[in-house]
Design a protein around this ligand. Sequence first.
Ligand code: FES
Length: 160
Amino acid sequence: MIMTALNSILKGRRSQPHLLIEVLQDAQDLYGYIPEEAMNAVSRELGVPLMKVYRVACFYKAFSLKPRGKYVFTVCTGTACHVRGANLLLDQVKGQLNIEPGETTEDGLVTIENVNCVGACALGPVVIQDGAYCHHMTPGKLRKAIDKSRGKKKKERAHA
Ligand code: FES
């Protein structure tokens, strides 16, 4: 199953190690994370040592080696956001979801991550919700955003 889908990503890219990041991005988009089997295949098919594939996948925050939730909330904890209360945001999500940054809720719906700076310091504290920047975030707004995401999924299930 993994190889079938991965073959479409690798088509026309085999033995081209300079395409490593591009291929990993497509694998991340396809699976929502980069499974171990995919890393092995990318290493073999591009001709890049597995250790290098692993290093690149670990270095960039855009890549995940574990399945992410349907909804991803990324809390910026860089200096500017920190002094404006980013830790209160982390406390909020930890209390609300009972998970730590880098973890996903048991129902697979929500993943919480943290980063050091997303380049929008003047708008802090910043949370990126599924790719969208949410500025001047407060614990209350974050709680509502998480509740809304989780409620949306429950409604989708009810109508399925
Ligand atoms: S420190 Fe948060 S955007 Fe720069």
